[in-house]
Design a protein around this ligand. Structure first.
Ligand SMILES: Nc1nc2c(ncn2[C@@H]2O[C@@H]3COP(=O)(O)O[C@H]4[C@@H](O)[C@H](n5cnc6c(=O)[nH]c(N)nc65)O[C@@H]4COP(=O)(O)O[C@H]3[C@H]2O)c(=O)[nH]1
Length: 740
């Protein structure tokens, strides 16, 4: 081109002269410079074009290879760009889509309008948004779901645009729908079976239920906290431990949870439920995270079972255990007695002349009588004893824990038998009239190694027939030795009652002395002058009197005599000021009017309360502490003193001793007996002496029989003594004047 221009210039020079040629030259140069510049731009443009083309190819590839749908739309919602998957979805090519919107392709008019409207709205809001939307696949005609991110922005031309990246979530969505469907189906099935479903998330303790659960328990979701506490609140306290135990077993991995228990409904009524569940999720270390289960109402079945159980094990008329259950309980009682070395008693009761009553008054009255007998039996027995009906007019009583010794057990059984005979011989109201009846009672003790339930029943039955033979309304023991002992004790009790009335009880006195052997007082000890047997020692009749309650009268008589003795001593200078100790048994002390009795006696006799000492045993102090302290304080305020008898043989707590208004403790004679030969006894005695000193209590050593024992006691600081060394208990009339 430069060559052509130079030739042209020469021609101009020839035609128009040099000035024109110079101007032309400049123009040509300028033109050449522009041509060169253009040439350069064109090359650059070519380079840029090439570069862009590479970029575009790259972008296109990336776009088309992406599994996600990528779309760029203009301000009217028309496609500016889309990738291959979008075009495939609409059954066209990416190029064909440019400048159009969904309505041109597979989407319905309404759907397309909706999509367009949404896009325009998002552009208007100017915020990136994520939406879930559905669309129809043009290739298959099936619906698909997308999770779309829609990012609006402003284009170079200042108009809004939107970039949409849509991720196909159809598979996830279908899976979710399937789960929901199967949950719905499950819920329908459970609904049809009446199951109340629960779902417990252990991480948050949240507990969720289906509608049926609320219906079963008569509750509204608003009444609940939505935690496991809701379930616990519906449990009955007595079932709580068993339910939580069973659930814990499951949580610990010992298999599914399955438990029948009661639950309280919203209206307060109680239903039985069968509750089942299992852990469905655990963490890496096996810790339970989620447990699900269901419960159903089994009240009807339970009630039917209970009824069947009642019919099988309980007597329909009286509600008492029947023969079958009684036999089980007897076997159990025998086994337990053997294990605990405790004796028990089986009693066979048969109503006297029941058949005659039934025949004359009719069966309805007979039934009414049996019912009342059952009620009286139950009212007379302790909580762990069993009364059962064997059938007809035969009843059985099982009394357990009657003690370790057969004789004591027999005595207790005899006392219970006497109580039962008495209760059953009270008049019965039948048909508006009172009827008298009685029963015969046979007793067999169990507690020996070879005892069996069958054998016991035979023995008690046999003994019952002996009671019938003996004239009815009485009891007999199977064992003749027992029978004799029990009879002898019963006879003795009757004689004691009589002896009390006849004034056969005497009070003997035994001196209490100080370290110099001077008498400071005496202990009143009761004796029974039995018309045939002579003098009966208290060890033989006091326990008996304690058992049948006669001890209250015995104690009162001794107290009265002791107070009169104190008054008598007042009259003589040699005895004035001596104290007199009186034993008080637990039963006597716990009488409601004990304090009044003592105060009345003091007033009636005119004795000085300051000289009266009441000896209490340690076991007596174990009862109702407040009551004991109150009674002691009331009497102490009036001058009466207190001493603890047989100290060291019981279980006195030191703190407790300090609380009581005590004056004295008496060291039991069992420790004194061997104080010189047995190091243990010696140290016990020394400890008691130290203890008494630290509590500022007087001490009397009981049962001191020789000077060596006395020496030991004096050496260890014992201030007072009682024992044969200074005199045996003697009648008051023989109370000799103080030896010099
Ligand atoms: N071996 C031996 N024994 C000695 C000696 N010094 C005293 N004794 C006996 O020891 C017992 C002391 O009475 P206790 O420990 O209160 O023990 C009394 C007391 O617990 C009870 N008792 C006696 N009289 C009554 C009473 O009126 N009411 C109550 N509730 N119990 C009484 O009967 C228990 C026995 O009384 P007793 O047979 O009179 O027996 C008395 C007495 O005779 C001794 O040096 N050697």
């Amino acid at each position: 081109m430069n060559d052509v221009a130079a030739g042209d210039l020469d021609a101009v020079n020839q035609d128009h002269g040099p000035s024109d040629a110079a101007r032309l030259r400049r123009q040509v140069d300028a033109l050449q410079a522009r041509v060169q510049a253009l040439d350069c731009s064109a090359r650059e443009a070519c380079d840029v074009h090439q570069h862009l083309s590479v970029q575009e190819t790259l972008l296109r590839t990336v776009l088309d290879e992406s599994p996600d749908f990528i779309v760029l739309k203009d301000h009217q919602g028309n496609f500016l760009l889309c990738n291959q998957p979008v075009a495939d979805f609409h059954g066209t090519t990416p190029q064909a889509m440019v400048g159009r919107h969904e309505g041109h392709f597979s989407a319905t008019r309404e759907q397309a309008d909706q999509i367009r409207a949404d896009v325009l709205e998002i552009m208007a809001r100017g915020r990136t948004e994520t939406v879930i939307e559905e669309s129809i696949d043009a290739r298959t005609g099936r619906k698909r779901w997308f999770k779309s991110i829609k990012k609006p922005f402003v284009g170079d031309d200042g108009l809004p645009r939107i970039l949409v990246i849509a991720h196909d979530i159809t598979d996830v969505r279908r899976a979710q729908e399937q789960v929901q469907q199967s949950e719905r189906r499950l819920s329908h099935v459970l609904g049809a079976t009446g199951e109340g479903v629960w779902d417990w998330d252990l991480r948050s303790n949240a507990l969720q239920h289906n509608q049926r659960w609320y219906e079963l328990l008569g509750l509204q979701p608003t009444q609940l906290t939505g935690t496991i506490a809701d379930f616990e609140a519906c449990l009955l306290p007595e079932d709580y431990a068993a339910v939580t135990d069973a659930m814990q077993q499951c949580l610990d991995g010992h298999g599914p949870y399955r438990h029948e228990h009661r639950m309280r409904r919203g209206d307060g009524s109680v239903i039985w439920v069968l509750d089942r569940g299992d852990v469905v999720e655990r963490d890496g270390e096996g810790r339970p995270l989620r447990m699900v289960g269901s419960l159903c109402d089994v009240t009807e079945r339970k009630t039917a079972e209970e009824l069947t159980q009642r019919l099988a094990f309980y007597d329909a008329l009286t509600g008492l255990p029947n023969r079958r259950l009684m036999f089980d309980r007897l076997q159990h009682a025998i086994a337990l007695g053997r294990r605990n070395a405790q004796f028990g008693a089986l009693m066979f009761l048969d109503l006297d002349h029941f058949k005659e009553l039934n025949d004359t008054l009719g069966h309805a009255s007979g039934d009414a009588l049996l019912l009342q007998v059952a009620q009286r039996l139950q009212a007379t027995l302790r909580g762990n004893d069993t009364a059962a009906r064997m059938g007809g007019d035969e009843f059985v009583v099982i009394a357990e824990d009657l003690g370790h010794e057969p004789l004591k057990a027999a005595t207790a059984a005899e006392a219970l038998g006497a109580k039962l005979l008495k209760a059953l011989s009270r008049p019965y109201a039948l048909d508006g009239a009172l009827h008298l009846t009685s029963c015969s009672l046979g007793v067999a003790l169990f507690g020996y190694p070879d005892d069996t339930a069958d054998e016991m029943l035979k023995r008690a039955d046999f003994a019952m027939y002996q009671a019938k033979d003996a004239g009815r309304n009485t009891q007999r023991f199977f064992d003749p030795v027992m029978q004799e002992t029990v009879l002898a004790r019963a006879a003795l009790a009757a004689q004691l009652r009589l002896g009390l009335e006849r004034g056969e009880l005497d009070v003997y006195l035994q001196p209490v002395v100080d370290a110099q052997g001077r008498r400071v007082g005496a202990e009143a000890l009761v004796r029974w002058r039995h018309p045939q047997r002579g003098l009966v020692p208290p060890a033989e009749f006091i326990p008996l009197a304690e058992q049948n309650g006669l001890i209250v009268a015995v104690g009162q008589q001794v107290l009265e005599t002791a107070c009169r003795q104190l008054v008598a001593w007042q009259a003589d200078a040699a005895t004035r000021g001596l104290t007199l100790s009186v034993n008080v048994s637990a039963r006597q002390f716990h009488q409601g009017d004990f304090v009044r009795q003592v105060l009345d006696t003091l007033q009636r006799t005119g004795a000085d309360a300051n000289l009266l000492k009441l000896e209490l045993t340690e076991s007596l102090l174990l009862g109702d502490v407040d009551e004991v302290v109150r009674k002691m304080r009331t009497l102490r305020a009036r001058g009466v003193r207190f001493s603890i008898d047989d100290f060291g043989t019981g279980y006195s707590s030191l703190a407790y001793l300090k609380q009581l208004p005590l004056d004295e403790i008496k060291i039991d004679r069992s420790f004194i007996e061997d104080v010189l030969g047995d190091a243990n006894d010696a140290s016990i005695v020394q400890t008691i002496l130290l203890l008494a000193r630290s509590l500022s209590l007087k001490v009397v050593a009981e049962g001191v029989e020789n000077a060596l024992q006395q020496d030991f006691l004096v050496r260890h600081g014992c201030p007072y003594f009682q024992g044969f060394l200074w005199g045996r208990p003697v009648p008051a009339s023989q109370w000799a004047p103080q030896a010099a």
